[in-house]
Design a protein around this ligand. Structure first.
Ligand code: G3P
Length: 218
């Protein structure tokens, strides 16, 4: 499973890249606004850092303006993937962009039918928002499972990004059902390293080693 970082924060991305476990990045208008950075420069900087797919979202809701915006975003860097919202206009834009070879990530996916339409339009990626589905009393991981089954039934190339991940168990559940990619907030990624028995084990090994060294000195 590939791991993307769901952030526009350069320090977080740099740390993830240094760990050697980050394959790409997803951003959205909320995450970019949080950083207060120049949008295009930030996207370029992220691409140079991560050297993998970097999703940057269009703002327009009209298909023709979306296509223009997408072309400009795609011109920033070869790694740019244009995020397009799941609407009829969005799907029309994805069809045009995929014919031009521009990579797309259809975002705000909340149903299997939406994922089916995005794949039909030639989307490179779809992003089901599993956390927001859970927040609304439904099962986000079940939706991932349905989408993976449908794509497998028909041999769609569109890859599934588990998005809106809220905690480490979301990552485990997504991985168990074979999702292609999970886009993970940095605080959740950090939690994935942690287990109290690992810390206790290290402490014990070091104590035992110290005692052994002291014993040799006597
Ligand atoms: O990748 C989509 C993600 O940024 C949305 O996450 O936590 O705002 O639902 P959240």
């Amino acid at each position: 499973m590939r791991i993307f970082l769901d952030t526009a924060n350069i320090d977080e991305i740099r740390q993830g890249v240094e760990w050697g476990i980050v394959d790409g990045v997803t951003t959205n208008p909320t995450l970019i606004a949080k950083e207060g950075a120049d949008f295009e420069k930030r996207v370029k900087d992220i691409c140079q850092l991560v050297q993998g797919p970097v999703s940057a979202e269009v703002i327009s809701l009209k298909w023709d303006v979306m296509v223009e915006e997408a072309r400009k975003l795609a011109a920033i860097d070869d790694y740019v993937v244009v995020k397009i919202p799941m609407t009829p206009d969005g799907i029309k834009a994805v069809r045009i962009l995929s014919a031009e070879g521009i990579k797309t990530n259809v975002t705000l996916i909340f149903s299997a039918n939406q994922a089916l339409l995005a794949a039909k339009a030639g989307a490179t990626f779809v992003s089901p928002f599993i956390g927001r589905i859970d927040d609304n009393g439904n099962d986000g991981v079940k939706l991932l499972d349905e989408i993976i089954q449908i794509y497998s039934n028909y041999g769609f190339d569109t890859e599934v990004i588990a998005a809106s991940i809220r905690h480490p168990m979301h990552v485990v559940e997504a991985a168990m059902i074979g999702v292609d990619i999970a886009t993970i907030p940095f605080d959740v990624l950090k939690k994935m390293f942690i287990h109290p028995l690992t810390d206790a084990g290290i402490k014990r090994f070091l104590q035992d080693w110290e005692a052994y060294q002291k014993g040799k000195e006597q």
